[in-house]
Design a protein around this ligand. Structure first.
Ligand SMILES: [Zn+2]
Length: 145
């Protein structure tokens, strides 16, 4: 589980310039103990938006939209859902990330763009794509310091 999967945010719809901000959000979510309730997520997103401002990150508009939707109760995380199979996986979905475009690291303390699909969530191979993912990741790590 990642914050993006919980909030149903698809990295394929996020501008590459905002990916470092996405990784910051994932790190903050993990550091906060992976909260899943509406109230906790609203608080987390508020902190995230403030952190973005402090650190010069840009954030994808979908984060602000989710926060507002949760505040208006127009949308809620599906943390009560236990059945994974209800999630539809497209035929051309990336097998690595199941179309989410984001993978949690093995240590559980961080995450990164899905390299095979470069966060697009669809099958995509080739050294060019991997090189680009490395670039984005390096930028995200630098930005975190
Ligand atoms: Zn993928």
């Amino acid at each position: 589980m990642t914050l993006c999967s919980l909030l149903e945010i698809k990295l394929s719809l996020v501008n590459p310039e905002d990916h470092a901000g996405v990784m910051l959000a994932e790190r903050m979510w993990t550091a906060a103990g992976q909260p899943a309730t509406r109230r906790e997520l609203i608080a987390l997103l508020e902190r995230f938006i403030v952190e973005c401002g402090k650190n010069g990150y840009t954030y994808a508009p979908i984060f602000l939209r989710r926060k507002r939707e949760m505040q208006r109760r127009d949308w809620a995380p599906r943390e009560t859902r236990h059945e994974e199979p209800t999630m539809q996986v497209a035929a051309d979905a990336c097998p690595e990330c199941k179309g989410i475009g984001y993978v949690a690291a093995a240590d559980g303390a961080s995450g990164s763009l899905c390299k095979p699909c470069l966060g697009r969530g669809v099958k995509q191979n080739g050294p060019a794509a991997i090189g680009r993912a490395e670039q984005l990741r390096a930028r995200g790590e630098r930005g975190a310091q």
